[in-house]
Design a protein around this ligand. Structure first.
Ligand code: FE2
Length: 306
């Protein structure tokens, strides 16, 4: 059907698929196998898969209906297909941050998509159109593996807690998990995000929940967008959340995907964190992503005080 191998340097989760013929994507057995692998492994790298945008859309449909990304709705941004969102560093108008004395365009801290809204999509497929000469890796962390490595003492302390999130386009103001030193330039897209109707109220998500298919516990925290622990927005709660996040953001849980033409990467947004390492500001990086529709059903909005 296709070949499956572990990810280079990461055996806790993830898989790499080669020798997949897009002509077989209509076969129910292939579809089932690809779906099961995604649920089992969290992250699937398709290497050397032909067909570009058409294959990307056909693959996405195996995992759920492709949806218009919530932050794209109502904007005038156009791509080749309405279900494709652009992820790109634009030399004229992209985000630039300074990290450890180095400028990085298109850098994104560790996060899952949609933390700042109540619904969380099931994942995405990312495909490169223009790769930079240097940099531009996408990082992943699996939070099933992260939960398994958490000390019992911390597991007991976080049981039943929830995290409050809000949209924060400026990473220098992120409270958790952001190593940036300085904001050099914020893109128009990020600045406009502040005014989007979907981000005017904070969102709340459980810190731990179970994967529906397997019952495995998922440590569910997005460092970027996190404001604090519900009912504990104080130094004690912040210290606890920072300790949990330190346990998640550790090298042995990370996988950094180094992109090649012909790659596509699929992740399960209900259990994986991702980040973008960024590129030197003189580089260009253009990616296309599909978003897989769905909601895990455990998010809610913060009640506004009367
Ligand atoms: Fe993202």
């Amino acid at each position: 059907m296709f070949d499956v191998a572990p990810l280079p340097g990461q055996d806790r989760y993830g898989a790499m698929i080669t020798e997949l013929d897009p002509g077989t994507l209509g076969d129910p057995k292939v579809r089932q196998a690809l779906h099961d692998l995604w649920i089992d492994k969290g992250l699937v790298v398709f290497r050397g898969i032909p067909g570009g945008i058409d294959t990307q859309l056909a693959l996405s449909e195996i995992y759920g209906e492709p949806e218009v990304h919530p932050m794209m709705a109502g904007t005038d941004i156009k791509t080749e297909h309405k279900a494709l969102a652009p992820i790109e560093f634009d030399r004229e108008d992209g985000n630039i941050y300074e990290i450890e004395g180095e400028q990085r365009g298109g850098y994104l801290p560790w996060h899952f998509d949609g933390a700042y809204v109540d619904r969380i999509n099931h994942g995405g497929i990312l495909r490169p159109e223009v790769l930079p000469g240097r940099g531009g890796d996408t990082g992943f962390i699996d939070q099933i593996a992260a939960y398994a490595l958490l000390p019992d003492r911390l597991k007991a302390r976080i049981e039943g807690l929830s995290v409050i999130y809000s949209y924060q386009p400026d990473f220098t103001r992120a409270k958790f998990g952001s190593p940036v030193d300085k904001l050099v330039r914020m893109s128009t897209l990020f600045r406009k995000g502040m005014d989007h109707p979907s981000v005017q109220q904070r969102a709340i998500h459980p810190l731990v929940y179970q994967q529906a298919e397997t019952g495995q516990k998922i440590l569910h925290v997005s460092p970027w967008f996190a404001d604090g622990i519900e009912g504990m927005e104080n130094p004690e709660g912040d210290a606890l959340l920072a300790e949990v996040i330190d346990h998640v953001i550790r090298p042995e849980l990370m996988y950094f995907h180094k992109w090649q033409p012909g790659d596509m990467v699929l992740w399960d947004n209900w259990r994986m964190l991702h980040c973008a390492t960024g590129v030197p500001p003189e580089e260009t990086r253009i990616m296309r992503r599909t978003t897989i529709v769905g909601d895990y059903g455990l998010g809610r909005r913060e009640e506004k005080a009367a």
